[in-house]
Ligand binder design. Structure first.
Ligand code: ARG
Length: 261
């Protein structure tokens, strides 16, 4: 995770960002701190990346790389405003604990990649259409040695995979079908017949931008309907308020890069 100390909306690269709306960076830090404490309280280890002035979107740490089986496939941002973030993430993986693979193709890390270790023997889901480019899916497959399924995003409000789909345990997902092309919706229904499906309200409240450890599902507090659905399915929803960070077009999952050994 990376503190939103320098968070601001200085440019608009997704439909949620409004450069004229006031942003309270101090409140953003408070809300983000609660998220960090929530994860620690659930027993998770959190590593911190030092935020840098001039990189106001660094709080969305999920975009910096995609890590599977101890290998980090690096990011290459679509927009020049975020390009310098990639090198900061790269320094984190410069340790004997990790193997880092530099990308040649445009991709925004875990913003557009999800991993399900128990689905079909270990499956990577990858989004394209707005940020990550299709050739990066093949590059990720070569880097990580797991099959990649390409999913086409069609609604600009859901510009990253992680605002439209999330893994809720090692083998199952929750998603918002409206974010995907008709053919991709068929693919998802075929691969995940038991998926939880979210509605418009859940999706627009950033409900899908969640993290789950298979039992506890940490999600935006505004996604009350989705919380109810998850509860009915046997999960424990853990709501967190992240209203300030919504102004940049992100929520819980965007703030978290998962480290998988
Ligand atoms: N303002 C950031 C952008 O548009 C938000 C990134 C959200 N991160 C995510 N993983 N969806 O790039």
């Amino acid at each position: 995770m990376c503190s939103p100390e320098h968070f601001a909306v200085e440019y608009a690269i997704n439909p949620w960002m409004d450069v004229t709306a006031p942003v309270d960076a101090e409140l953003a830090v408070k809300q983000w701190d609660r998220l960090r404490e929530t994860l620690v309280g659930l027993g998770h280890e959190v590593h911190l990346l030092a935020p840098e002035p001039g990189l106001p979107d660094m709080v969305y740490a999920a975009n910096g790389a995609f890590v599977v089986d101890g290998t980090a496939y690096g990011a290459r941002f679509k927009h020049q405003q975020r390009a310098a973030e990639a090198a900061v993430h790269r320094t984190f993986y410069d340790s004997p604990d990790w193997r880092f693979i530099a990308p040649n193709e445009t991709n925004e890390g875990e913003g557009d990649f999800a991993y399900l270790p128990e689905a079909h023997g270990g499956l990577i889901l990858a989004g394209y259409g707005f940020r990550t480019e299709l050739p990066a899916h093949a590059e990720a497959q070569e880097a990580l040695g797991r099959p990649v399924v390409s999913l086409r995003l069609v609604d600009p409000r859901f510009y990253h995979l992680d605002v439209a789909l999330a893994s809720i345990d090692d083998g199952n997902i929750v998603y918002y079908p409206g974010a995907f092309s008709a053919a991709t919706q068929k693919v998802l229904a075929q691969l995940f017949p038991d998926a939880i499906v979210a509605d418009d309200d859940d999706a627009l409240a950033f409900g899908l931008n969640l993290v789950s450890d298979g039992a506890n599902v940490v999600l935006n507090s505004e996604a009350t309907r989705l919380a109810g659905r998850l509860k009915a399915a046997g999960y424990t929803p853990v709501p967190v308020e992240l209203a300030e960070l919504k102004k940049g077009g992100g929520s819980v999952k965007c703030c978290i890069a998962e480290l998988r050994h």
